[in-house]
Design a protein around this ligand. Structure first.
Ligand code: ADP
Length: 298
């Protein structure tokens, strides 16, 4: 069982010939809505990989919230601990894509920022016997810290995907068994340090334990103590890189939770990430267990 404490957002996507200037109106087209939020995406990704998954979070009492709960459940995610909050709207991401494929994104976190430590405590009986706690940074930081502390207390490993990146207190770093940033997030966590090894060392000096950095088409590195191992990416045709990171993190957790070594779990992450870039969209592009197995056996 994997417990995910994290966000649920509805992604509202519109295409436009170009991005509007302040005060300007541009006529767009092809409006679409997609279930998203890093918490929900990673929960769905883990469920598609065959794990039992509980999601802890909040949506509003509105149509988006209803749809997000229904979609997560359709994918097999247990949403018992996702509350419907009457005081805040469901989180949304307003995404505009121009004719060059460049996007601008405004996120209104809404109910995601109303998640409390009490929400996590409500799920304590499930968390206490879970194989893994997985979190991101789209919910209040104090909730992330409280959940990490509770998992640690029960001897449950903690995985943190520090996205969107922000400085992390040392006491949180010490509670995280695997920190999984992408390159940009690593740089942001390491006060702008661009060199991979120096940035990893910086985090380790501040209390981080194991660090896994995803490197897009270069795969990923695993840093345990003073050892760094590079696992190359799988070569695949690239269609849309959205959700590659979510697929990676989820597959890493599913593999670890089933007893695989960290290095083997990184290979699982690479396989799932590679499969995700061969397909469009976020949740629709997430690979199934059998597909990952097939790619790993090549
Ligand atoms: P994010 O999506 O968070 O920016 P990355 O771009 O690092 O994260 O991608 C996450 C993982 O997805 C990588 O570690 C890799 O395993 C896989 N991946 C991403 N892009 C490609 C690609 N072009 N080819 C193969 N695998 C990829």
């Amino acid at each position: 069982t994997i417990v995910v404490v994290g966000s649920l957002n509805m992604d509202l996507v519109v295409r436009a010939p170009r991005h509007p200037q302040p005060g300007e109106t541009v006529i767009g087209s092809d409006f679409q809505t997609f279930p998203g939020g890093k918490g929900a995406n990673q929960a769905v990704a883990a469920a598609r990989l065959g794990a039992r998954v509980h999601l802890v979070g909040r949506v509003g009492v509105d149509a988006f919230g209803h749809t997000l709960l229904a979609t997560a459940q359709e994918h097999g995610v247990d949403t018992t601990f996702v509350q419907r909050d009457p005081t805040a709207p469901t989180g949304v991401a307003l995404i505009t894509i121009d004719s060059h494929g460049q996007n601008t994104i405004v996120v209104a976190p809404g109910a995601n920022m109303q998640v409390t430590e009490a929400d996590v405590l409500r799920a304590e009986s499930v968390l206490a016997t879970a194989d893994m706690l997985l979190m991101q940074l789209e919910c209040p930081l104090e909730v992330v810290i409280a959940a990490a502390r509770l998992a640690h207390h029960h001897g449950v490993p903690v995985v943190l995907n520090p996205a969107p990146a922000r400085p992390l207190p040392v006491d949180l770093l010490a509670l995280v068994d695997f920190l999984i940033p992408n390159q940009l997030e690593l740089q942001a966590l390491a006060e702008g340090e661009a060199d991979l090894r120096t940035a990893i060392r910086y985090l380790q000096q501040r209390g981080a334990r194991n660090v896994v950095v995803t490197l897009a088409e270069a795969g990923a590195v695993l840093a345990e103590a003073d050892q760094i191992i590079h696992e190359p990416a799988f070569e695949v045709p690239v269609v849309d890189t959205v959700a590659a990171g979510d697929a990676f993190v989820a597959a890493f957790c599913v593999a670890s939770a089933s007893g695989k070594s960290p290095q083997e779990a990184v290979r699982w992450g690479n396989a799932a990430g590679a499969l995700a870039v061969t397909r469009e969209g976020a949740q629709p592009s997430l690979p199934a267990y059998r597909e990952v197995l097939r790619l790993l056996k090549v």
